[in-house]
Design a protein. Sequence first.
Length: 242
Amino acid sequence: MPRWGMVIDLDKCVACQGCSIACRFENNTPAVSPEEALQGRSIRWNDVFPLPIDPAEDKDVYPNVTTRYLTRPCMHCENPPCIKVCPVQATYKDEEGIVRMNYARCIGCRLCTVACPYGVRYFNWYAPEWEGSLSEHLNPDRIEAPGDLEGPAVRPRGVVEKCTFCIHRLQKARLQAEAEQRDFRPDEYVPACVETCPAKARYFGDLDNPDSTVAQLNKSSRAFVELEEAGTHPKVTYLREG
């Protein structure tokens, strides 16, 4: 059984935000009004942040300066605090290590948003809307479960949503392999953010396969995880600048 994980090379990331846009269109994440965004209610499953620069350490002089960025999906922790606080088990970790949501069970208590130390959970305050032609571009492959094949899936008002490593792509790849009467190959499953990254700064695969790229990069001397002291054991690893 695979244990899916991601590695992000910060030395390659150019902060183009291609991963953020790909994530939004792949997963039908709703847009909010400017007024709602000012209240911190934007829904961004995959964000890119500029890192603060310590003037004492930064010896560069403009225009020869270096800007550093951190891109942040859900960490899909091995020890996820969001699962522990959910009173209805709407958040759960499947057998392949992906932290998932059962939106039908979510009661909108938002305890998971408080428990998550990475701030990667978002609450739908209103029914999602897409103005004009945007509604014509919803991804029909965005399904929540293997039996949910009725068209573009969107999260309703009153539930928490998050990055799922594009779990619908895994479901689709396995169904395709079954239809072709062959074994599923782990390299057939690639989240949208990984596939879209023009700098090839993202890697995805089976952490338990010692021959996989992500397993080997996890052993790099440049490897680190965000908020290691929190004890969540993220399955998203970063590589420091070389």
